[in-house]
Design a protein around this ligand. Sequence first.
Ligand code: CAA
Length: 248
Amino acid sequence: MMPEQKTALVTGGMGGLGEAIARAFHDAGIRVLVTHARDEGPAKEWLAAERDKGYGFTSYDVNVADFKSCQRMAERLHADGHQVDILVNNAGVTRDATLGKLDKENWDAVLRVNLDSVFNVTKHLIDGMTDRGWGRIINIASINGIKGQFGQTNYSAAKAGMHGFTKALAQEVAKKGVTVNTVSPGYLATTMVTVVPEDTLARIVAGIPVGRLGQPDEIAALVAFIASDAAAFMTGSNISMNGGQHMY
Ligand code: CAA
């Protein structure tokens, strides 16, 4: 008998790491829903380009920083007949500045998009997973949530907070067949990283023993494993993949 097809929701699934995760899930036979905050035109173009490459995705427009927007998204996807078995809280932004130059707006934006979003999205999908007795929640944090990073008090705090959420929720749902884990990628070859000033980035890469940025599909392969049945015993973990930049 063929196993029942699982459905995954990947927030921020139209770019960088999220896109790689969406593709890895698709390759594993999982139905993939992606969220985005783009205008309709660019979102449709992305979907069409993916379809041309053999990836059929369904998209939902949502502001993950807004609780009501997430509630409406959950209602829409349930009304469309989807149930989410695997949730990847991947949507994130950076607004780097040293604390002296960091204004309230950029503190709030990073905390809302990176951390509040985890509550906002998970809240509406967790009961479905526990009711069905199977689920995976994978929170994409960062090396910088573990070691801190010059210029990222906001981002480091938000990413560290995600793992606190992971550990608490993992305990609440462990007996219901739902695992909750954090993945902490290092510096990847995505736009989020390549906007870092060139000389700063060169210094960062020099501190990575493997000697290069990571590829999004390297992280995506790890995420696909955590989403699989084989990873049922892994919960409350924070798994690093960072080219050796931070070992602990
Ligand atoms: N440690 C110690 N000192 C540092 C430093 C560091 N890591 N980085 C910079 N400094 C020093 C500089 O040498 C400089 O010193 P002097 O004034 O004595 O020359 C001083 O701090 C000011 O540095 P800048 O000129 O860079 O200051 P700025 O205000 O122009 O920029 C910044 C500050 C925006 C934080 C910039 O340094 C920067 O972008 N840093 C990179 C931050 C980073 O790694 N972001 C990661 C983004 S990717 C991501 O987040 C994804 C992920 O999960 C990994």
